[in-house]
Design a protein around this ligand. Sequence first.
Ligand SMILES: C=CC1=C(C)c2cc3[nH]c(cc4nc(cc5[nH]c(cc1n2)c(C)c5CCC(=O)O)C(CCC(=O)O)=C4C)c(C)c3C=C
Ligand code: FES
Ligand SMILES: [Fe+2]
Length: 379
Amino acid sequence: MRCLVHYLAHTQVCAIPRQKAIVMMNMGGPSTVSETHDFLKNLFSDGDLIPLPFQRFLAPLIARRRTPQIEKQYSDIGGGSPILRWSQTQGAGMAALLDELNPESAPHKSYIAFRYANPLTDETARQMKQDGVKRAVAFTQYPQYSCSTTGSSLNDVFRKAHAGSFDGIEWSVIDRWGTHPGFIEAVARNVETALAKFSPSTRSDTVILFSAHSLPMSVVNRGDPYILEVSASVSTVMDRLGHSNPYRLVWQSQVGPSAWMGMQTREALTGLARLGKKQVVLVSIAFTSDHIETLYELDLEYAKEAREHGIEVHRAESLNDSPVFIRALADITSQHLRDYSTGKIGPTSIQMGLRCPGCTNATCAQQKTWFSRRGQVVA
Ligand SMILES: C=CC1=C(C)c2cc3[nH]c(cc4nc(cc5[nH]c(cc1n2)c(C)c5CCC(=O)O)C(CCC(=O)O)=C4C)c(C)c3C=C
Ligand code: FES
Ligand SMILES: [Fe+2]
């Protein structure tokens, strides 16, 4: 009987339903400059990220007004966001490693579900249906959890499921991994490579400036866990580096006139120059591949300005195709699949079960209930 099952599992017909889908959720970015408007329109239409009055009316207006400026930024970094390419490289590498690490749950296939750019969740759902997927892991590609990022992607999967796009699929969730040793190792190695560019005689004076996308204070003040989790990542990277250098965590990319989490990265660099600091390593800690924040804001704006203030700046490379990072993605998923199949963990983490104390978004509650039931019961 076992042999028959084994034999059948490796035939074309039976291999498909056994396939484990690892759905890599992220925001995405315009692959070409001409996709910038649609990306921004999707982004400003997301009430989980930016709740606007009359959202359906205002979102297209704001997107249209902002498009020329953001198009220029994507042109200046080479004609589009590299996030799709890096996600494909990371996903394919992870799935190949998973087949080796977890032969009992093979074959594994990675899917990409972007929130604001192609492939959007609906397209991913279509592909998964075509492949006959029955078991899926929603794997956030944001290491640290925020309701505006991972929460928004989970709400999106839930809404699509509610509309019938994911019928018959059993779901579990990897919702955060900001202190996973493999992730920390991958970041730490890239920091070490950047530090090595400074003269050994002054290397230990170099300030390591961790920079993460900021959050509006309204999000921080409703109890969002992101600030805590980014801080934990920074602290763990510094432990791994043996606290070889002084460091700070600062925040970038705020949009609009409301109050955002600070100190801002640009001002921190100016302040360090004022204090006489001559060497800085910049580290993007909350995103796993290059994007306009690193390639435009950090490289073309802030680092350039800091050099004008007399600071030598090197940016730690983004994780992109780092083999250490791809191995970490496989390890995180491998452990999750094993622990889930043996009943050691449930479909969601304990932490994911708790809503922000200030949350008034009904979808968050429905989404958490739905995933806690393995996506089998639509609330
Ligand atoms: C961990 C990363 C991110 C968090 C947290 C985040 C929160 C957040 N963002 C906005 C508004 C905008 N973000 C925009 C672009 C953008 N955001 C992130 C990451 C996080 N955002 C990235 C990586 C990017 C760039 C994508 C790329 O391809 O490079 C934009 C669009 C660009 C612009 O108009 O300036 C907006 C708008 C809010 C309001 C928010 C928290 C509530
Ligand atoms: S905003 Fe955090 S759970 Fe709803
Ligand atoms: Fe953002």
